[in-house]
Design a protein around this ligand. Sequence first.
Ligand code: SAM
Length: 288
Amino acid sequence: MDTQTKQKSNQGKLFIVATPIGNLQDITYRAVTTLKSVAYIAAEDTRTSKKLLDYYTISTPLLPCHDHNENKAAQHIMAKLAAGDDVALISDAGTPLINDPGYHVVRLLREHAFEVVTIPGACSPIAALSASGLPTDMFTYLGFLPRKGKSRQHILHNIQQASHTQVFLESPKRILKTLQALQALEDMNQRLCCVGRELTKLHEEFIQGSLHDVVAHFEQHAGRGEMVVMLAGAAPKSIEDADIIRILEQRSSNGLSASALAKEVAEDLSISRSRVYALLHPPLKEAI
Ligand code: SAM
């Protein structure tokens, strides 16, 4: 074994450990054993984490690692790993780094070739999406939306245009305002929407329907608790036969055979080749 490999094997590892988002039992067996076995747990708010650690009788010493000290904490954690200690990183709830501290720590450790291990578990956007009934084959996670200005307008516009599910976090204070701002955009009233609230907790609730229905709900019930908002993508715009014929006419002088032209236009418009082909060769009325 060369010196560098030997040195590496003496280094500690950083474990990124997901913790519950409400129900204290939503933690993996591996997460609990890891939190018990590491030398230190770097935690966002040590008082919040204490409740979880006490529940599982974990007495590992805590190190603070939050938004305001993260760069310093990253150096501190790296020094612990270099000395051979394993460290776990947790946040107040859910998966660290997902709208929670930890990015600078992981970045620094990866730059210095330390081992970073993931211990997956609860994550509110994924928990919400999995029970929403909205399409899950492709989605965009937006975190918290910007509160004002051009960047907010830009992101609202992107949500309106997106063809796949959009997932974001919102505070109970701002939920109605944000949903109303989305509803005010063209063609958004009937867009499918689902708000997952207080997931895994006593008052877990999914509010779903058209964006219009969900706005009406929050107009009557003040927003409360923690929330994930999901909106289905825009339905593909329907293409009229007249538009297809116009494109066929424009491209008819390109020298393609009828079947190659039908194939090209069908692919460009994401429609079936037989539909385009039928417009190229309409059946003669007299022959029917
Ligand atoms: N890292 C966390 C995760 O993996 O879920 C997210 C942290 S972020 C600072 C906190 C936000 O996540 C809350 O304001 C809310 O939007 C969402 N959230 C967290 N727990 C939730 C729950 N039990 N139900 C619904 N949303 C939740």
